[in-house]
Design a protein around this ligand. Structure first.
Ligand code: XMP
Length: 511
């Protein structure tokens, strides 16, 4: 990697956002927890610049996260953000204390001085603040570069040593000139040139894996999700026929999805694809089970069993490939190649399976970068932009016991809802939308007769990260059409409701 910066995380939640902001400007950014790297390693790894993230602690507490003060002496430019700025001030000999009633939270008017960090930033603009401590005494060699009404040192810097700190958060969009400030740090202060781009990443990764995997047989569990799909196409470019993909069809997919996966990967891309039709096995396992976590566990275990059997049957496989992406690596906290992509997906693949090595060609990429790579590899739009779909599939959308009949009802209702929402051009509004077959039966009228059928719940949510979500305000007309079609076209469903609960308090899925 010719050019890269380090995002040193001090426990804040914005580490990934900061790295993505840098990558959007074509500067490759790596994240490491603050206690995991030494100054020597940082020097050896050849970073062009370092960003210290914010964090929830107070630097005045002895147990709060820190880094070696020598990092400031490496001659590498540093930008400290919030806690990171306070820590930098402390390490350089300044003082930080409680801001008391001068704590700031939210959009705040900022006034900046002329300096390399604030080039092209107006003297007055709006920034996003979130702090209860502030810098009370500047370290020697630093000057104040910005202030707000309540924060006399909203930015500080030592231009000679190229050390800068900002009390506010330039990485969030509420800071009007945040991207310009990060740009100034990366390009004007660190001297980056913005060389990182997806075309090169793609060709370099293919080349890297072509060499690494030469002469080896590779096995990949393909789910049809964007990560495993992109990993499959990428590895196919690297090793061609030596790649075999196993698609365990657990019979819990949405209408037509299994066939789409098969048609796309075997039909269109000519991949060595083994589709294991394991619906019966999964249904047998799930028979009589109503508890959601038990369903998840059983499905995870059965998935592993089927996959293992298939690997054994194929034999002579040296490498297990996985669609692990950068957030999986960071969140696992291990940062090692042994990280298994388990999410709450499929319980992870077993350690007992003996492979020589694991290949994770996407482990440096964020989701949006994986999507970009997928597009470049020719992956169809509906797979590139596929909504998140739980590993246990429709089993967690059939409330209570999962049976073939109930799955069929749900599949039909779900397909109608998705069709209607898309026909009305509403898909950009919702991040995820689906139907749930509740276990509630109620009375209805079909023709002249009374019927006793299931209630289906429709769910659509709007969110950036799925940690919190708003229920989507769909037009009544869409809901009306979906409801009327479902009750007319799916015998056995007599009532349709729309879920108007956000997350929290509700989760996205019903189980
Ligand atoms: P919740 O329901 O937890 O969902 O608000 C947040 C996101 O995670 C997805 N989800 C799952 N994904 N296995 C998965 O791979 C699961 O068991 C699972 N449960 C929920 C959900 O669809 C949403 O996108």
């Amino acid at each position: 990697m010719e050019e890269k910066i380090l995002v040193l995380n001090f426990g804040g939640q914005y580490d990934q956002l900061i790295a993505r902001r840098a990558r959007e400007m074509h500067v490759y950014a790596e994240i490491k927890p603050c206690h995991e790297v030494t100054p020597e390693e940082i020097r050896e790894l050849g970073y062009q610049g370092i960003i210290f993230t914010g964090g929830p602690n107070s630097v005045s507490q002895p147990e709060s996260p820190r880094c070696a003060p020598e990092i400031l002496e490496l001659g590498i430019p540093i930008l400290g953000i919030c806690y990171g700025a306070q820590l930098m001030a402390c390490l350089a000999g300044g003082e930080v204390g409680g801001a008391g009633t001068r704590s700031e939270y939210g959009k705040t008017a900022l006034r900046v001085e002329e300096c390399p960090l604030f080039q092209k930033v107006p003297r007055e603009s709006v920034c996003w603040m979130s702090h209860t401590d502030f810098i009370q005494k500047l370290p020697a060699g630093f000057s104040v570069l910005a202030s707000t009404e309540n924060c006399p040192c909203a930015a500080l810097g030592d231009e000679e040593r190229r050390l800068y700190g900002v009390q506010f958060h330039p990485e969030v969009t509420h800071t009007a000139c945040g991207q310009q400030i990060l740009h100034n740090f990366l390009f004007e202060i660190c001297g980056c040139r913005g060389l990182w781009n997806m075309e090169d990443v793609l060709s370099q990764t293919i080349e890297e894996y072509r060499e690494k995997l030469a002469g080896k047989k590779v096995l990949l569990a393909l789910s049809g999700g964007v990560d495993s799909s992109v990993a499959a196409l990428l590895l196919q470019r690297a090793v061609g026929e030596d790649l075999t993909c196993v698609f365990v069809d657990h019979g819990l997919l949405r209408k037509g999805e299994g066939d789409l996966i098969e048609e796309t990967f075997r039909g269109r891309f000519g991949l060595n694809l083994v589709r294991v039709n394991a619906e019966e096995r999964f249904l047998k396992e799930l028979s009589g089970v109503t508890e959601p976590e038990k369903k998840r566990k059983l499905i995870g275990e059965e998935f592993v069993r089927v996959f293992e059997e298939e690997a054994k049957r194929l034999g002579n496989i040296q490498v297990l490939a996985q669609g692990t992406i950068y957030p999986d690596v960071i969140e696992s906290g291990k940062g090692s190649a042994a990280v298994i992509k388990s999410h709450h997906n499929v319980g992870g693949l077993p350690d007992v399976m003996s492979f020589e090595s694991i290949a994770e060609p996407l482990r440096q990429l964020f989701k949006d970068e994986v999507r970009e790579m997928g597009t470049r590899l020719g992956l169809p739009k509906e797979l590139v932009w596929r909504q998140p779909f739980p590993g246990p599939g429709l089993a967690v959308r059939v409330i209570g016991e999962v049976t073939k009949e109930r799955l069929e009802l749900l599949r039909e209702a779900d397909a109608i809802f998705r069709q209607e929402l898309e026909a009305a051009g509403q898909e950009a509004k919702a991040s995820q939308y689906f139907a749930v077959l509740t276990s509630l039966k109620s009375v209805g009228v079909v023709g002249d007769a009374r019927a006793y059928g299931y209630t289906v719940a429709l769910r659509a949510v709007t969110t950036d990260d799925f940690m919190t979500a708003e229920w989507t305000r769909l037009p009544y007309e869409v809901l009306e059409k979906a409801s009327s079609r479902i009750t007319n076209e799916v015998p056995g469903i007599t009532r349709v409701v729309y879920d108007v609960t956000s997350k929290p308090p509700a989760t996205v899925e019903w189980e």
